[in-house]
Design a protein around this ligand. Structure first.
Ligand code: FE
Ligand code: FE
Ligand code: FE
Length: 163
């Protein structure tokens, strides 16, 4: 039998992927905040944890729009990225370069999310799901803003401290 999967299927699979990823990220952010030495970085992680809760709610709204129960699907990519962050936390514990490493690890997470939300938004546009486009765009903007803030923290303080 021919494989008849379409963009709707791809959209749902990817929604499950990022839903799983966001939940893993939400679990991990308090650990990053606890590990961070700089108050600014700590506060940034705490703020993004709050935003992440809202992002999970947006995803749940989108599941509802398409008549599906919110369910995650294991994302090996985010597990790998978060694992690298955990390595930094333990290998650089107490070191001058800890915060620079945490910042870089967090940016890898944001870049994964930006890739996923960018794609989902484009597919939602193609599928004529205008309400979903709005929700995905809100989250995409938060991820981009977080990434920019992390770049600022890196350039303004943590990298010098690490050197
Ligand atoms: Fe997120
Ligand atoms: Fe994934
Ligand atoms: Fe994020």
């Amino acid at each position: 039998m021919a494989n008849e999967k379409t963009l709707d299927d791809l959209f749902l699979e990817t929604l499950k992927d990022i839903y799983y990823a966001e939940k893993q990220i939400l679990k991990n952010l308090p650990k990053m905040a606890k590990a961070a030495q700089s108050d600014k970085l700590k506060a940034g992680f705490e703020q993004h944890a709050e935003e992440t809760e809202g992002q999970i709610e947006r995803l749940e709204q989108i599941f509802e729009m398409i008549g599906k129960a919110p369910r995650g699907k294991t994302c090996d990519a985010i597990l790998g990225i978060l694992e690298e962050g955990k390595e930094i936390m333990s290998d650089f514990k107490g070191a001058p370069a800890l915060d620079a490493g945490l910042t870089a690890a967090a940016q890898a997470v944001e870049h994964y999310e930006i890739a996923r939300y960018g794609t989902l938004k484009t597919w939602a546009q193609q599928l004529g799901m205008n309400d979903a486009v709005k929700l995905l765009d809100q989250t995409l903007s938060e991820e981009i803003a977080t990434d920019k803030k992390l770049t600022q923290v890196a350039e303004a303080s943590v990298n010098q401290k690490a050197a």
